[in-house]
Design a protein. Structure first.
Length: 191
């Protein structure tokens, strides 16, 4: 078929691969024209985030959900999920543990070693410091969940005493205490 240009600027008769290399650049592509399959391995396909700006308090000695620290993402094929958690935690009387779970499945935990507790990250006991600031945790883990809709959650537990999320004063909550924020961010990464 011969190449033709009509009066409105439409070109017909060009077959796939018929243009010289380099003639089509990124600026010529329509928004959203590059599908996930064309972006290549390692590309970020979507981002989901949940933020927590209020205080959460618990004295649980077994792992339980931190209210407001969960996010859902739907993935396809063998794509991975980059899980990033930023968490401010302060505890009195004993240490704390934090872990991330997918649904009800623990992910990214320390190896089993006797009867020792297993965590993704440990929050330290702040001793006698009233305004210690606690522990700022940042967790980053590349998970391979398989295709489907997945819920990622952050859980915590204490060896004794009380845990405070997004609060820096473990002894009292007076006006010298400050507040912080936490978040969980999920990124689908092309396989």
């Amino acid at each position: 078929m011969p190449i033709a240009i009509n009066g409105s600027g439409t070109v017909t008769g060009v077959s796939v691969g018929g243009l010289p290399d380099g003639i089509v650049d990124t600026d010529m592509l329509a928004n959203g024209a590059a599908t996930a399959a064309k972006r290549g391995a390692g590309s970020i396909l979507q981002v989901v985030q949940t933020t927590k700006t209020n205080v959460f308090t618990t004295s649980t000695t077994s792992y339980s959900d931190i209210t407001g620290m969960s996010a859902n993402i739907t993935t396809t094929g063998s794509n991975k999920v980059l899980v990033m958690v930023q968490q401010q935690i302060v505890a009195g009387d004993a240490g704390t543990g934090i872990k991330i779970v997918r649904g009800s499945t623990d992910i990214f935990l320390a190896d089993a070693d006797g009867s020792r507790a297993r965590h993704t990250m440990t929050g330290t006991y702040d001793g006698e410091a009233t305004y210690s600031g606690g522990t700022a945790c940042f967790i980053c883990f590349l998970d391979t969940p398989g295709a489907g809709t997945h819920t990622y959650k952050v859980q915590c537990m204490t060896r004794g005493g009380t845990i405070y999320i997004n609060r820096t004063n473990r002894n009292s909550d007076d006006t010298n205490a400050s507040r912080s924020t936490s978040s969980i961010t999920l990124q689908e990464v092309a396989a």
